[in-house]
Write a protein that binds this ligand. Structure first.
Ligand code: C2E
Ligand code: MG
Ligand code: MG
Length: 518
């Protein structure tokens, strides 16, 4: 009798389904023991689809004289399907279908445990930028296609054996066991390759990325420690636009603590009036007169200690405090500029994070102008290329708006980022500020001078005013004069000054003006 039961059960099961076979074995075992059993599940695949049945039964007769079974089989397919769905939801990313952080880290755990002595591995956390924009603008399917391309590139570099997961948001996780010595180079190459736009049908997509790495067992010896280390490394990589790959080092912990402290201190510092606006003069080449100033923020923590904006502005962007700080800056600089002689302009730096909520920024600009009474023509808004590239539509709408009021627009740090001609043509710009790095090297590096030359020619065809910043040597003035740059800014003409000193300078003798070779 036993044999037919076994065959009978097997005949309803797919041959290569290991899970179904295990369930079948348990049921067969119970039947062979001739003891009562309860809720034994069986996965069967009759003709259509897969079904699950739960069996409970008691034997009839006794051990010597077995007379059969009395029992029930209950179809539990719906319940099982729900369980599977729940499992998927708990273990896989909804959009990409990749293992989520939980599943991915459990798998790493498994590999470490199975690996034994001598096992090594590298955990990479890859933060991708630009995908959410694709999802909002074009939809999920395109987004998944782009993600598919990225994952293919990643596995090309890391090998088929790599585990890949989709952690929170657009973070990918990668685990490579027993990596060879070239693996990190290949990850660098992967990050670098992503600087080229990905092509999908007729469209091009810009994806930015940074990667944080943690090595097992050197950097941490369990999954929790590895994730923490890779996260710290990732956070120290800075802007995604840099496409950097950073490995964890032990000093990251204290660096992060310092940065967290600064973030926490900023709101209090604003209340304590520790922030001040400084003004750096801008000089027109032809007439040598001051035409305005760039407003630059200073944080005086105590009398001796200044924190550089290069350090705290990015942190205020991360914490979101830049929104409040930015509004304070706008009020302060418009009020200050009202004390200057007409028609001096004040230029203000606007952070990309402020541009994420163009409506709010428009309101605060309008408020500041109204409250101070500064004519819009005397205000210049400086934005960087990267801020434009990351949120093009929102930014171009915002710029058109303020332009219609009469506010002027300058593109800051030009030449370092994308330097895309289409941005230059389509945005309502007035001024182009050539990045300091070219100015700094111009007098000793022919290539920098050529780049500056091209930028100036380009700006001229688009009727933009050219500005050079970071001028601190007379030789630079000579070259810039020859190339026809319109406006000069730099330590040579004046360092950023507190409002009182700046106004004093305006009213006093004119700043030292080196002769300009033209
Ligand atoms: P930026 O807008 O490109 O500002 C120019 C920077 O170059 C300023 O640095 C200025 O002090 C410095 N600089 C000017 N002339 C010279 C020179 O001849 N030699 C050298 N070596 N440097 C010169 P600062 O004030 O440290 O600001 C750095 C960056 O921080 C700014 O770059 C800007 O991106 C940001 N920042 C400063 N103030 C603000 C602000 O009020 N709001 C926002 N959102 N960002 C700000
Ligand atoms: Mg600037
Ligand atoms: Mg600049």
């Amino acid at each position: 009798m036993e044999k037919p039961v076994k065959e009978f059960i097997r005949s309803f099961q797919k041959q290569d389904d290991v899970e179904a076979a295990e369930m079948g074995d348990k049921l067969i075992e119970a039947i062979e023991r001739r003891e009562p059993f309860k809720n034994l599940e069986l996965k069967i695949a009759p003709r259509h689809g897969v079904h699950w049945v739960s069996y409970s039964a008691v034997p009839l007769g006794n051990r010597e004289n077995h007379k059969g079974w009395r029992g029930v089989g209950r179809d539990i397919t719906a319940q099982k399907e729900l369980e599977i769905q729940l499992y998927r939801q708990a273990n896989y990313n909804h959009f990409t279908g990749l293992p989520n952080r939980f599943r991915f880290s459990e798998s790493i755990n498994g590999r470490i445990k199975d690996g034994g002595a001598g096992y090594t591995g590298i955990l990479g956390i890859i933060r991708l930028g630009g995908l959410d924009k694709i999802r909002t603008n074009i939809g999920n399917s395109k987004n998944n296609e782009v993600m598919g391309q990225i994952i293919r590139k990643l596995t090309d570099g890391a090998g088929d054996n790599a585990l890949i997961g989709n952690l929170d948001g657009w973070d990918l996780g990668i685990w490579i066991d027993n990596p060879d010595i070239y693996l990190v180079d290949r990850l660098h190459q992967f990050a670098k390759d992503l600087k080229n736009p990905l092509r999908m049908d007729q469209d091009y997509f810009h994806i930015s990325c940074s990667i944080g790495l943690a090595f097992y067992p050197e950097d941490a010896n369990d999954k929790k420690g590895l994730f923490k280390a890779a996260d710290l490394a990732l956070n120290s990589a800075g802007s995604l636009l840099n496409h950097r790959v950073v490995r964890y080092t032990k000093t990251f912990g204290t660096q992060i603590q310092k940065r967290l402290n600064i973030m926490k201190e900023m709101p209090q510092a604003l209340g304590d009036q520790q922030f001040e606006m400084y003004y750096q003069p801008q000089i027109r080449r032809r007439t040598k007169e001051i035409i305005g100033a760039e407003a630059l923020i200073r944080w005086k923590k105590d009398d001796a200690l200044y924190v550089s904006p290069v350090d705290f502005i990015p942190l205020s962007e991360q914490s979101g405090f830049i929104i409040t700080l930015g509004e304070w800056i706008l009020e302060r600089i418009t009020r200050d500029a009202m004390t200057w002689p007409l028609p001096l302009q004040v230029a203000v730096n606007i952070s990309g994070v402020q541009l994420e909520d163009p409506g709010r920024l428009l309101r605060s600009l309008k408020n500041a102008l109204k409250k101070s009474g500064l004519p819009p023509e005397r205000l210049v808004v400086e934005i960087t290329e990267s801020a434009v590239v990351e949120r093009y539509n929102a930014v171009s709408g915002f710029l058109k708006n303020i332009k219609s009021w009469g506010v002027q627009i300058a593109l800051d740090d030009f030449g370092t980022g994308y330097s895309s001609l289409s941005y230059l043509q389509n945005l309502p710009l007035d001024k182009l500020k050539i990045d300091q790095s070219f100015i700094r090297n111009m007098h000793r590096d022919q290539k920098s001078e050529e780049i500056v030359h091209i930028i100036i020619l380009l700006a001229r065809t688009l009727s933009l005013t050219t500005m050079a910043e970071g001028i601190d040597k007379p030789e630079q003035v000579g070259i810039l004069g020859k190339l026809g740059c319109d406006v000069f800014q730099g330590f040579l003409y004046g360092k950023p000054l507190a409002i009182g000193d700046f106004v004093g300078m305006l009213n006093g003798p004119s700043p030292s003006q080196p002769s300009v070779a033209e």
